[in-house]
Every structure is written in structure tokens, then in C-alpha cells.
Ligand binder design. Structure first.
Ligand code: AMP
Length: 307
């Protein structure tokens, strides 16, 4: 199965209570691609970078089965730059800088070689660009998953609502679910959002796990309690990559398999936060992932005798 992924490939400056980095490779598309490539290849990336994006990073992606035919390189502009500072609880952060740079004039083009992909992961990006990729596909993928963030809700809500009508699964965090729906209760928010288009909704709650909604069903995946969370940047994108990677690998889009997929997303996110940037995602092996999934099974496995 092939997976098309759309998202940013960027530089990030990050400050957490545990340290600070001025310029490391990040971007929603980068994290999604690294995470998904642990489960399925090819990952067919659509993005844009400037002259400053490191060739070694592109080579590392290619070596993992990420195709870059859909990644435009602009020779005279800088890559997208984002800077954020985490609060003491690491669950919330302030965006300090968003420099669009190459992103300002991005018109994604789906290469012919990507046509026919069964899975589409619309990573966090301008909703108009997410729509453009959907519109360019000659055959609708079996599953379209969309990630987004409050930034786009603030400045492009109408465009975002138009894309929502075309996707199967939406991923947002709890604050974004409330903002999108206007509801305080997450259950009510889910009901309202599922009427906007997506049949499945995932609400991420950082260190408190994630909820998967579908019709009247709801399923919960915990986040692994970790001794040290070093840098949560990219955890949401990594979750998305693990989620779609598992679905594409198994080629099963049932609600039951999505339950497994959100556990896998949580497991991948738990690796991502252990080091700055995407470092950890590059070094882990299948054995590491399997061992971590076993920890998740232990975490939520219990017997209960009702008397
Ligand atoms: P996450 O922590 O999963 O929300 O993702 C963080 C990544 O998203 C960072 O590596 C940023 O480069 C990237 N990012 C931040 N803001 C935006 C934005 N407005 N659009 C697309 N990507 C973004």
C-alpha cells in the first residue's frame, strides 16, 4: 500500500524546561513520514523546502522509503521556520515565530507517480493546500486522514470546513476540538465535528492519551507515562504517522483496526518526545516498537470481577 503525505519540512527552534535548540529539522511532514515509514513504504511526500534544507535529511528519508518527487526545492528562499516555547507541564506551548518563507507561495503538485495511492495523510498545513491535493487525485484514496491546528482555525476557518467535508478521519487536540465545535464537552464537540464531514474523529490530549470517536462509539488510548518528556514537538504528527502507517500496512480501515492504530500512534509519539526533533524516530527498530506496544498492553490490561 502506498501513502501520500502532505506537510511541512521545516526548521524549528524549541525551548522546553529541559533545554533549548536554535535550529533543528522539524515540520509536520517530516515527523509523519519518519513515523509512517516504520510500518509501510513507499511514503510519497509532498512538501516544499528552501535552499537551506539539509541534503542529508533528504537522503535519510529516501533511505527509509520516503519518495521525494513531490518535494519542491526553491533555490532562492528559506525553508519554513517555526519556534515554540513549552510551559512547565509540557502539555501546552506558545508559538513564538511562524515564518512561512517558501510556504507563502506553495502550490503543491501531485506527481503522476503518486496517482493511485490508497491512503492520504493531510498533515498540518494551509487548508487550501490540503484541498488542492485532494482535488488533484484522479482516484479517491481508500482513506483520507486530516490533521490541522488552531492557527488555521484562527485565519482560515471557512477553507478548513470545506476540507472537512472531504475527509474520513480528523485529528485535533482537545482545545482545537472545542474551538472548531464551539462546545465545551468533548463528547458534544465530537458529535458536532462528525456532522461537519469526518466519520471518525481523534481527539489528542497530550500526556492524557487520545480518544477515538465513531458514530456512538468512543475508544480511549492512553499515553505512556514517561519518566522524562524531553521535547513534545512533533508528537501529534508522529501519532498521525503511526496511525496511518498501521492502517495502510494492514489495509483495514474498520473501527476495530483504528483502535489498534491509535495505540500504535501513541506508542510512536512516546518515542518522539524522548529526544529533541525526530532523532528518536530515526534510531528505533521494530523490536523497540514491539516492546513499547507490550508496555501499552500491560498499562491497560486488567480483569474485573463484578459481584
Ligand atoms: P506538533 O508538535 O505535532 O503539533 O508539530 C510540530 C511541528 O509542526 C513543528 O516541527 C513545526 O515545524 C510544524 N508546524 C508548526 N506550525 C505549523 C503550521 N502552522 N503549519 C504547518 N506546520 C507547522
Amino acid at each position: 500500500m502506498s501513502v501520500i503525505t502532505l506537510g511541512t519540512m521545516a526548521f524549528d527552534a524549541i525551548e522546553t524546561p529541559f533545554g533549548k535548540v536554535d535550529k533543528i529539522v522539524g515540520g509536520s511532514g517530516t515527523y509523519v513520514a519518519y513515523a509512517a515509514s516504520h510500518f509501510v513504504t513507499p511514503i510519497q511526500q509532498i512538501s516544499i523546502v528552501g535552499y537551506d534544507f539539509p541534503q542529508e535529511e533528504m537522503d535519510a528519508m529516501k533511505a527509509r522509503g520516503v519518495e521525494l518527487d513531490g518535494v519542491e526545492i526553491v533555490p532562492d528562499k528559506k525553508s519554513f521556520f517555526w519556534s515554540g516555547k513549552y510551559h512547565i507541564d509540557m502539555n501546552t506551548r506558545d508559538t513564538l515565530i511562524t515564518d512561512l518563507n517558501v510556504l507563502a507561495d506553495f502550490n503543491p503538485v501531485v506527481p503522476d507517480s503518486y496517482q493511485g495511492a490508497e491512503y492520504l495523510m493531510l498533515g498540518n498545513l494551509m487548508p487550501k493546500l490540503q484541498m488542492s491535493v485532494i482535488d488533484q487525485l484522479k482516484q479517491r484514496p481508500k482513506l483520507i486522514v486530516m490533521d490541522t491546528m488552531n492557527f488555521w482555525m484562527d485565519i482560515a476557518m471557512d477553507d478548513l470546513k470545506a476540507v472537512l467535508k472531504k475527509v474520513d478521519v480528523l485529528l485535533v487536540n482537545d482545545g482545537e476540538a472545542r474551538q472548531l465545535s464551539g462546545e465545551l464537552s468533548l463528547v458534544k464537540a465530537a458529535r458536532t465535528i462528525m456532522k461537519m464531514g469526518p466519520k471518525f474523529l481523534i481527539i489528542k490530549k497530550g500526556e492524557h492519551g487520545a480518544l477515538l470517536f465513531h458514530e456512538d462509539h468512543v475508544f480511549f488510548a492512553p499515553a505512556l507515562p514517561l519518566e522524562e518528556v524531553f521535547d513534545p514537538t512533533g508528537a501529534g504528527d508522529t501519532f498521525a504517522g503511526g496511525f496511518i502507517g498501521h492502517l495502510a500496512k494492514t489495509n483495514d480501515i474498520s473501527f476495530d483496526n483504528m483502535k489498534t492504530a491509535i495505540i500504535i500512534g501513541s506508542a510512536m509519539a512516546s518515542f518522539c518526545v524522548e529526544k529533541f526533533g525526530s532523532e528518536r524516530l530515526k534510531e528505533i527498530t521494530k523490536a523497540d516498537i514491539d516492546a513499547r506496544l507490550a508496555e501499552f498492553v500491560q498499562l491497560v490490561n486488567f480483569d474485573i470481577d463484578l459481584v
